[in-house]
Ligand binder design. Structure first.
Ligand code: HEC
Length: 259
């Protein structure tokens, strides 16, 4: 029995240590106080609007967001631009439409119902412009990567000089958080790169947080109504529990007095 205990203790200790050292090898992502996390989490409208600005002014020259339409920008639960603002945003883009009666394609200002314009005509053109790498569509990128928002938030801030001895080809950059540490996207952010309309200081950290919040909303536009549903369900369950408790008490009290 003593021996058994000893073996059990030793194996669990070894197992525990190996599990621990495994998890120590995992990269620790940076994180921040995401407003949308947790049962009552909501998007921060300011962050969504600023994030849209960062996406448009910086990321959209390479990354598409093909599932978003301009009208989504005015919908409830999103950045909630006013309809007039969303219309103005749409109209600031040139959209290819057609063919017209002469059989020709033409361009016109965007409308609310248009999808976000794509930076490139096709995947090959995108790869040709980016040293062979394809800038992934960002509509659901948050969901497509393990680590989600923390990963993207970290990646944007993860550019560093490569360790001594590591040589990088042209167009390849060292990033602490990229798988294999090599990425074919140059550092995109620098302090003060955009000028926020609401006066927020556009630090690298702030822009990373804002654009990642925007990407989270794009990937999960119904997050707020889902959270509300969850909250209602819990309130309902609590009321139901109280009702069941009191009716049970009532039923049993009658039986006890009859006995
Ligand atoms: C000059 C073009 C360009 C711009 C601008 C750009 N990216 Fe990229 N991005 C790329 C390319 C190319 C890749 C693919 C890199 C690779 O596979 O090595 C990429 C990959 C990524 C990835 C995915 C990494 C992965 O896990 O595969 C994320 C996240 C990302 N970009 C975010 C952004 C954000 C946010 C912005 C705006 C702040 C932005 N990018 C601006 C070209 C660009």
């Amino acid at each position: 029995m003593k021996n058994f205990l000893r073996i059990f203790l030793i194996t669990s200790l070894v197992f525990g240590i190996s599990v621990k050292s495994n998890s120590a090898e995992k990269i620790e992502y940076l994180t921040t106080d995401w407003s949308f996390k947790g049962l009552f989490g909501k998007f921060d409208r300011g962050a969504l609007q600023r994030g849209y600005q960062v996406y448009t002014e910086v990321c959209s020259s390479c990354h598409s967001m093909k599932y978003l339409s301009y009208r989504n920008l005015a919908e409830k639960g999103g950045p909630e631009f006013s309809i007039a603002e969303a219309k103005a945003i749409a109209a600031s883009f040139e959209v290819t439409d057609g063919p017209n009666d002469d059989g020709e394609m033409f361009t016109r200002p965007g409308k609310l119902s248009d999808k976000f314009v794509m930076p490139y005509d096709n995947v090959k053109a995108a790869q040709a412009a980016n040293g062979g790498a394809y800038p992934p569509d960002m509509s659901v990128l948050v969901k497509a990567r393990g680590g989600g928002v923390d990963y993207i938030y970290s990646l944007l801030q993860g550019y560093e000089d490569p360790p001594v001895g590591m040589s990088l080809d042209d167009g390849v950059y060292y990033n602490k958080y990229m798988y294999g540490n090599k990425i074919k996207m140059a550092n995109q952010l620098s302090d003060g790169l955009v000028e926020y309309g609401d006066g927020t200081t556009a630090s690298i950290e702030q822009m990373s947080k804002d654009v990642t919040t925007f990407l989270m909303w794009a990937a999960e536009p119904h997050l707020e109504s889902r959270h509300q549903m969850g909250f209602k369900a819990i309130v309902y369950l609590i009321i139901l529990t109280i009702l069941v408790y009191f009716s049970m008490k009532k039923i049993w009290s009658r039986i006890e007095t009859e006995v």
